[in-house]
Design a protein around this ligand. Structure first.
Ligand code: AMP
Length: 386
């Protein structure tokens, strides 16, 4: 039996209320779909602001989940940290794309790493540890520097610590005790890249190419497309993305973050079972953006052309740029720029390190896009705003 196809005005259900759900809702509603959000955030969350309906409850509130499920035709997720029991409940009643296994595997570093190992997909050498003794043995085996990361609910560098020559392991373990953790060899990378793409219900894949990422304090700062890597690196990266997508029998938009090593290799760092921050530039720079692809894949349709039509740089906007919690910066340098696009996520209060929006800057050439992006970044810096 072929998988069901959902056409407008079908109702797409989204688990999660953040900016990724918001941008999917915008894309889907533009094409005539209805959108319902289920989130444990308060009403009026970023995704809820653009949804036809918003259900606000804990992920284990099965009564509310049933109400949500009774109005939607198909369900997807905009973040991965959704309890498995919730995914199981959803899956019994509606098609869930990506499926429970893909989300369950990638929401937890230990399961993710074991999946990569099992599939023979290149990643940094690692050990799973559950006690101080195992942690000490892992550090001895992997060498210093290395990094310890919590297995569950880690992102943007949260729940991780670099182990240097003089680091006291017992003191570090105090923060990780009681949980599973992953200890990873330190990768002295040349650069960080990601591949964002989508896989359809019938197994066709379409990727947006390789994006180069620059982080500040472990949070994405700039994304650059196309990445300044040679063809052999790009080919490896695209191959890794495809291996992950096939291995997870993935349906939807997925991002794989990777390290480019000094030896000219590529290692998988993390898998995101959803659209990704480094794919936001696809909204303005690609023929079909990552949210349109997610909508198509989730609804059982063929994917669009993912090609990048214009070199582009994305600047992340964190709450640190806001002069006060509810006072945004002066956006004139962005809004008056002929090739910059402002995307804000509708978050009322700015906090340090909180993702508030992004800017996509286009250029005739990548150099031009980068130069404009750096000028805009400088003009928005608190010191320039006076
Ligand atoms: P993660 O939360 O695992 O994506 O890590 C956040 C950032 O920490 C990455 O984007 C890297 O810049 C850095 N990082 C994480 N793991 C490693 C590693 N094994 N070697 C070098 N840098 C790392």
């Amino acid at each position: 039996m072929s998988a069901p196809v959902f056409l407008p005005p079908s109702d797409i259900g989204i688990l999660g209320g953040g900016q990724l759900g918001r941008m999917l809702a915008l894309e889907a509603r533009r094409s005539g779909y209805k959108v319902a959000i289920f989130t444990d955030e308060k009403p009026g969350c970023p995704a809820g602001q653009w949804a036809d309906a918003e259900f606000n409850a804990a992920y284990d509130d099965t009564d509310m989940l049933d109400r949500f499920l009774s109005r939607v035709d198909v369900v997807t997720a905009e973040f991965e940290n959704i309890p498995d029991a919730c995914l199981a409940h959803v899956e019994k009643q509606r098609p869930l794309r990506p499926g429970r296994r893909a989300i369950h595997t990638t929401q937890h570093r230990e399961r993710e790493k074991l999946f990569l190992r099992e599939q023979g997909i290149a990643c940094a050498e690692f050990r799973i540890v559950t006690s101080l003794e195992e942690f000490e043995a892992a550090v001895a085996a992997l060498g210093r520097p290395c990094v310890i990361k919590t297995a569950a609910f880690g992102y943007d560098g949260k729940g991780q610590k670099k182990i240097e020559a003089g680091t006291d392991l017992a003191a570090v373990w105090a923060d990780f005790a009681g949980a599973h953790a992953v200890v990873e060899q330190w990768v002295p990378f040349v650069c960080e890249i990601s591949v964002v793409g989508a896989r359809s219900v019938n197994g066709r894949m379409a990727v947006h190419g390789v994006v180069e990422n620059m982080h500040e304090h472990h949070i994405l700062d700039l994304s650059i497309a196309p990445a300044r890597v040679d063809a052999a690196i790009a080919e490896q990266a695209l191959g890794l993305w495809e291996a992950v997508a096939e291995g997870l029998d993935y349906v939807g938009t997925m991002a794989v973050e990777m390290f480019v090593t000094q030896a000219g290799g590529v290692l998988v760092n993390e898998i995101a079972p959803r659209p990704h921050n480094s794919g936001h530039l696809t909204i303005d720079a690609c023929i079909t953006n990552q949210f349109q692809q997610q909508m198509r894949a989730v609804c059982g349709l063929d994917l669009g052309d993912p090609s990048l039509h214009t070199p582009s740089v994305m600047i992340n906007l964190l709450g640190d740029l806001w002069p006060a919690e509810t006072t945004p910066p002066d956006w004139t340098p962005v809004l008056c720029h002929p090739r910059a696009k402002l995307h804000l996520y509708g978050k009322a209060e700015a906090r340090a390190r909180r993702k508030m929006g992004h800017i996509n800057v286009l250029g005739e050439t990548l150099e031009e896009a980068l130069e404009s992006a750096l000028q805009i970044k400088q003009a928005l810096a608190p010191s320039a705003q006076g």
